[in-house]
Unconditional design. Structure first.
Length: 138
């Protein structure tokens, strides 16, 4: 458990969060390399099935990041995602899975430091929780 390094899937909004991650990289802000980013046009496009599938396939955590309230390029996508993630966390708890394996954050294109901080905090939290019990057995 001491050597456990969490595997995180990140669904990042094209307009804000992905650009924030890019800013963190171009600014050489250090953060753990545990995240595999998937660019989506809007966080509202992230279906809960995508998150559950990522967990089923072995991700230890899933980060969904979108534009700040009022800044969504698609007007309400981030609001819908926020509600979906809250409901998904309740479902995960009912299933006996730690709801903290899923995280939703608002990260704008100018917040490279915030992106790095969110990833670092999430990695540390997942290290405390431990490996994902839903991993497919091969």
């Amino acid at each position: 458990m001491k050597d456990f390094e969490p595997n995180i899937i990140g669904f990042l909004c094209n307009w804000c969060s992905y650009a924030g991650a890019d800013l963190a990289g171009t600014s050489r802000i250090k953060y753990p390399p545990n995240i595999k980013s998937i660019r989506v046009m809007c966080s509202g496009r992230v279906d809960t099935v995508f998150v559950l599938e990522a967990l089923k396939k072995g991700a230890d955590g899933v980060l969904v990041a979108g534009c700040h309230p009022g800044d969504c390029h698609y007007q309400t996508g981030n609001y819908k995602t926020n509600r979906r993630i809250k409901l998904l966390k309740k479902l995960l708890k009912e299933m006996g899975v730690e709801p903290n394996r899923v995280r939703f954050e608002y990260v704008s294109a100018s917040e490279g430091q915030k992106f790095a901080s969110v990833v670092t905090e999430f990695v540390n939290e997942l290290k405390k929780i431990g490996p994902n019990p839903l991993r497919e057995i091969k």
